[in-house]
Design a protein around this ligand. Structure first.
Ligand SMILES: [Zn+2]
Length: 224
């Protein structure tokens, strides 16, 4: 560890955003919290007609990882993005996307941006793109703001997200059609499926989806 980090630790102790334990400045969360996140690192066989070709996730959305994602999105623990960058890094090591893919993320609504002050996935996506040396492009934008519904089924969500997003076609033309979509949680999959649909309609050839977590009930074969 560089000496300046030791000095920083002494002068400005940093604490784990999840449990408050003292950590060093090169850590994002403490070891104990880290140990509580069992990585699954799964590639999910696709059943049914999805608009993307492959889907990978790091963990089941529960316990510590759920707490982390919520603290990051709503609790102001923005430094956690570094940890999520490492998670995607690990996922890519196991399941690399086709070469020359570009990275994009599912955008948040304007209201959500106003509340949070940042686009939580874009922050991760841009930083990850730098780390990995893969181009990041804003390929999708929100055009219609619809009420979020919690605990809705795939079909209900599918209706909700229809027409919500638009492809920035001039950006899509800068790619060779191989796209990676990063998102935080795979619940019913309706949102990311809609994003994949409009990208395919715009001419995308290959679509890989990577998420930090998948809910237990988020069954990928729900879609017929
Ligand atoms: Zn901790």
């Amino acid at each position: 560890m560089p000496a300046y980090l030791d000095l920083l630790d002494l002068l400005f102790p940093k604490s784990c955003p999840l449990c408050g334990r003292i950590i060093s400045h090169d850590q994002v969360i403490c070891y104990k919290c880290k140990m509580e996140i069992p990585p699954m690192i799964m590639d999910q066989n696709l059943k049914g007609r999805w608009n993307f070709d492959k889907f990978f996730y790091f963990a089941i959305y529960e316990g510590k990882i759920k707490e982390m994602i919520r603290s990051y999105k709503y609790g102001g623990a923005i430094s956690l993005y570094k940890y999520f960058v490492d998670i995607f890094d690990e996922l890519f090591d196991y399941f690399p996307p086709p070469s020359d893919s570009v990275i994009t993320t599912v955008p948040i609504t304007f209201n959500s941006f106003k509340n949070k002050g940042f686009d939580h996935m874009k922050k991760i996506g841009r930083s990850f793109s730098k780390k990995r040396g893969i181009q990041f492009l804003d390929l999708i934008e929100v055009v219609k703001q619809k009420k979020q519904q919690v605990n809705s089924t795939f079909e209900e969500r599918k209706e909700l997200v229809k027409g919500k997003y638009r492809v920035r076609i001039e950006e899509l033309y800068r790619t060779n059609g191989k796209i990676v979509i990063l998102d935080d949680v795979f619940t019913t999959g309706a949102t990311v499926n809609e994003c994949a649909r409009i990208l395919k309609d715009g001419g995308a050839q290959s679509l890989y989806v990577y998420t930090i977590a998948k809910t237990k009930l988020g069954e990928i074969y729900e879609l017929k």
